[in-house]
Design a protein around this ligand. Structure first.
Ligand code: AMP
Ligand code: DBH
Length: 549
């Protein structure tokens, strides 16, 4: 019989993880003294909820439903199995799940062990997963068997062959878990100041960046988010966005709901068909969506036939929500709008539930905490007066001071005194409300899904026929932006270009997440250039008149 690892009393040694930039000691001390960091871990939170709300449903999907007690016990059983496989505190483990209950079980099993999950997105494919394993020297890859139209189990098999020593776990575990012995009380080994997991950044560079978040800092943002968003044990939260996304996890998301004994309903996809039925069946009170999903819901004919009357709050974030849609949504869906402007690096802004209609429809909210320091600066880092658009810099009790193992990049992404350069262009009013008006970073925001052009360009450059590429975001009525690749072919192939379909197939065969594959491919003979000879992506982003025929 597998026994749960017995660590007895909590160890007092902080986790040493190389490549993490810690909060400076004086800032950490201040955040503790001011009561932001209260010294709890994610595992403590689940234990407390399981004690208070043992028989309440914590999380369900189409196939399974778990009470808080079951979630806790299953997580501990899985921890026993992982521990028997040699997985230890501080090991990095890639967690790769569609929206299924097993994601939550696994995440808490890893929290119990003090292991550090890397939250891959469901849409990620071999190319991204391989990179996470290599870069973070992951000890294991945990996933679920076939689900949501993709064979995750098969990918696990391939990875196991490819990476020496990588352990792969494909759920369900069956007998191994059933044999695990349960304990009444279990103390996890992690310390609240430890890195709890690595979240992902949409990024701007050739490779995604990993974001180390501590229990202390993340749980502060989760508790405050609950307060701001009115999440209580009566909340029924519907998750239609990818489970592992930072918005879904923490704003207030799955972790917020589990903190207060609420119920989380996982939807396999965000279509009105699926989501409306779940809202009706589970009497859902709250949901978080990206703008294209909000638009699809607002325009759905199913609104006539489904009962959405339980829905109180609809959060929209991840990309800019147009004012005109924001003005319509409450009437269309019968729920209050809350705009959310957040980032996995930290800072999250919300419009408040009692804000006036103009604030809710025209701003992206204000920061969670009075300790969130926000600066709006010009190109030379000089502070701008209220109302003027500039670069948003931020520092605070739940914003990282550096990406994981990224010394060189950190020097560019953070100021010397620890402000994160968000890459967003915003205005701030006298009250501190932010409105996103643009972006300085080279990133495409495809309806909330972030694409780093350089990453896609690198893949395209691997094509034998391709001489040069430039990937940009172009305006799209529905997504806000979609992606376009301008391709210059090698001269010997220019006369017989491949079709854009072939280029896209090439990328798919490189096992890249589907949302990164350009929506449009155009073959050109040269790129527009700026006066200093750099590619003018701005010009490429601007729609060009169709050539006369
Ligand atoms: P990431 O750093 O990958 O977590 O992505 C966060 C980025 O998403 C932000 O820096 C913004 O560029 C964008 N974003 C998130 N929410 C909003 C929003 N409500 N409006 C506009 N942009 C947003
Ligand atoms: O886009 C994001 O990354 C995001 C949006 C809303 C986020 O991380 C969040 C809320 O926490």
């Amino acid at each position: 019989m597998l026994r749960q690892p017995d660590f007895g009393a909590r160890q007092s040694v902080p986790l040493e993880l190389d490549g993490v930039v810690p909060y400076p000691a004086d800032a950490a001390q201040e955040y503790r003294e001011r009561g932001y960091w209260i010294g709890e871990t994610h595992w403590d939170v689940l234990e407390a909820s399981a004690t208070r709300n043992a028989d309440t449903v914590a999380v369900c999907d189409e196939r399974r439903s778990l009470t808080y007690r079951e979630l806790r016990d299953n997580a501990l059983s899985q921890a026993a199995v992982l521990s028997a496989m040699g997985i230890r505190r501080g090991d990095r483990v890639v967690v790769h799940f569609p929206n299924v209950v097993e994601f939550v079980e696994t995440t808490f099993a890893l929290f119990a062990l003090g292991t550090v999950p890397i939250f891959a997105l469901p849409a990620h494919r071999a190319s991204e997963i391989r990179y996470f394993i290599e870069f973070a020297e992951a000890a294991a890859y945990v996933t679920v068997d076939k689900a949501a139209g993709f064979d995750y189990g098969r990918l696990a098999g391939e990875l196991e062959n490819e990476f020496d020593g990588l352990r792969t776990v494909v759920l369900p575990l069956g007998d191994a878990v059933a044999a695990a012995e349960h304990r009444e009380s279990y103390r996890c080994e992690a310390l609240p100041s430890d890195v709890a997991f690595l979240q992902l950044s949409g990024g701007t560079t050739g490779r995604p960046k990993l974001i180390p978040r501590t229990h202390d800092d993340y749980l502060y943002s989760v508790r405050e988010s609950n307060r701001i968003c009115g999440v209580t044990s009566d909340t029924v939260l519907l998750v239609v966005l990818p489970v592992s996304h930072n918005f879904t996890m923490s704003s207030p998301g799955i972790l917020g709901a589990l903190h207060v004994g609420a119920t989380v309903v996982l939807a396999p996809n965000p279509s009105p068909d699926t989501a409306f039925e779940l809202i009706e069946r589970h009497r859902v009170t709250m949901v978080s969506v990206v703008p294209p999903v909000a638009l699809a819901w607002m325009n759905s004919s199913l609104l006539q036939s489904r009962d959405l009357s339980s829905l109180r709050t609809i959060q929209v974030g991840g990309a800019k929500f147009s004012q005109s849609a924001a003005e319509r949504i409450e009437a269309d869906l019968g729920a209050r709008l809350q705009q959310v402007f957040g980032m996995a690096e930290g800072l999250v802004n919300y419009t408040r539930l009692d804000d006036d209609a103009t604030t809710v429809t025209t701003t992206q909210g204000r920061p969670i905490s009075e300790a969130d320091e926000v600066r709006i600066v010009d190109d030379n880092d000089r502070d701008l007066p209220a109302g003027q658009a500039g670069h948003l810099l931020t520092r605070g009790p739940y914003t990282i001071r550096g990406y994981y193992r990224a010394t060189e990049h950190n020097a560019k992404s953070f100021t010397a005194d620890g402000f994160y350069r968000t890459g967003d262009i915003v205005t701030r009013d006298e009250r501190g409300y932010l409105t996103v008006v643009g972006r300085a970073k080279d990133q495409i925001n495809r309806g909330g899904e972030k694409i780093a052009p350089e990453e896609v360009e690198n893949h395209l450059l691997a094509h034998d026929w391709v001489h040069d590429v430039s990937v940009v975001g172009i305006p799209d009525e529905y997504l806000g932006e979609r992606s376009k690749a301008y391709v210059v072919l090698r001269t010997e192939y220019a006369a017989t270009p491949p079709s854009s379909l072939e280029i896209r197939r090439f990328l798919r065969e490189r096992e890249l997440a589907a949302y990164k594959i350009p929506d449009v491919v155009e073959f050109v003979t040269e790129f527009p250039r700026t006066s200093v000879g750099k590619i003018s992506k701005n010009e490429q982003r601007t729609p060009q008149p169709e050539p006369a025929r």
